[in-house]
Design a protein around this ligand. Sequence first.
Ligand SMILES: [Zn+2]
Length: 540
Amino acid sequence: MTACGVQRSFDAIMGRPLCKPWGDAMQTSHFVSALVLTATLACPHAARAQLSRVYPGGMHQYVVNSEMQGTAMAPSVVEFQIRDTVAPTQLPSVTHYSLKIRLFPEEGKLEVVATMTVTNKTGQPMSDLPFLLYRLLEIQRVSDENGLPIKFEQTIVKVGESNLQASLTRLRLAEPIASGASIRVAIAYRGSIFGYPEVMSYVNDRVSEKYSLIRPDALAYPMLAEPTFESLRKAYGIDVPFTYDLAVTVPDEYLVACGGAPLTASTKEGLTTFSFKSKVPTSRIDIAAAQFKVLKDETKKLAVYVLPEDEKNAIEILKGTSRAVSLYSTMFGELKDYQGYTVIEVPDGWGSQASDYYFLQTAAAFKDLKRILEVYHEIAHSWNAKAKPEVRNTRWFDEAFAMYFQALALREFEGEQAYLAEMDRDRDSFIKRAQKDKKNFETPIAEYGKYDLGDNSYSKGAWSLYVLHQLVGEEQFKQIVRTFVTEFREKPADFKDFQLVAERISHRNLDKYFQEWFYTSGSSQLLVDRVSVTEIVKRY
Ligand SMILES: [Zn+2]
């Protein structure tokens, strides 16, 4: 095999590391845990390969033959998605969801009427609206804001090139939505969900007597997207956040928990309806129903929903949540739009999730209080600055901060030794990753997004902040983070913005530190050599 061959691109498809030059031209991007391969025509081989098939959703199949590679290999087929040469389809956005949900835990079914405000920010009139739903959810009726039926067709499709099957419904509007205008559509549907464990192991979402979970991960509510991961990712309200209101009806013995603010609960004929609204404009809706016990701290607006078998530790989780909110508020400033916190226990293996002022926490942290660290981590995410889209995938702006904050929480609640031990664990984790794949060692933090190496922000990213903290000292570090988080709460930031804030507050030239930690991989050697933080700081 030559240095550049088709076999390598297959390796990539199998999830193993990419090699150059395919590695230069192709990027893998993990959306949830499904692998999406993307490529640009910059790759000389792809450019010379013959396009043999175009699949819906931007997947392309190429035949690359031996002649093109200058080797004696048999012709091979490569499939990937073109990212930069084909403009991604622009779609309008859902800017408000109003969901009326009835859960039937005994039957394992749900019935939903989803009324959505769809806003057209594409700059051109749009008359086709594709919606993705879980494959076993059947649409009963689609209507416009006057209650008149809208024509639709529902088909089963694959999302991207993955095994993730979804139902795709295309609404054809009689009148296009003008640019800048909004319309309302209502989709009534019912059926079952069983998650996507075959594709994403954590998505076990279902309606059942033990536990019911409704999340976008299982497409339990309509996502305005084409069946590609790129389009689906956009349908989460990350760039265009949405608001919501919900009414969820369950048999009496169940409690409904949701990331939104609870409004009312009313009981009638053995059924209780819980209503909620979004705390702030947000990117996702998470709803759980079970025989929860709920613990509240009214002054701090905290609520913990726990399964009965784990009730005994719930008070510690509530206290941990409260402690972390107080600590981060003191160190890095009160959050202007603070909305309290809702913590919702999900069964083990169903995946923790954090969003605006709530998180889903797997049972492990409720059973083993050593894992309360995960609570400190999730809450820390509320003190994240907003990252520019081009650096978001480095995960530094969210995960480096959350990991370092959780270490600071340990320092505060358990002492210096626990803090130092946590930083040692982060360094060990980076060293292990660097040994496993030298790309983790060689790639600067600022380039993590490009090569999908953002997982290193959990280890080396945390260390980058640790070093800065030791370098500028306690007061200035707090001031830098506080300023950065305040100034870039709405306006998105990149690494240069962080450097400007850090230099302005510390009155130092931090060029060498930023070069070694963000723009080159110089700092990787310092970590692998286990140079002490005191020694590292002397370099700057
Ligand atoms: Zn995190």
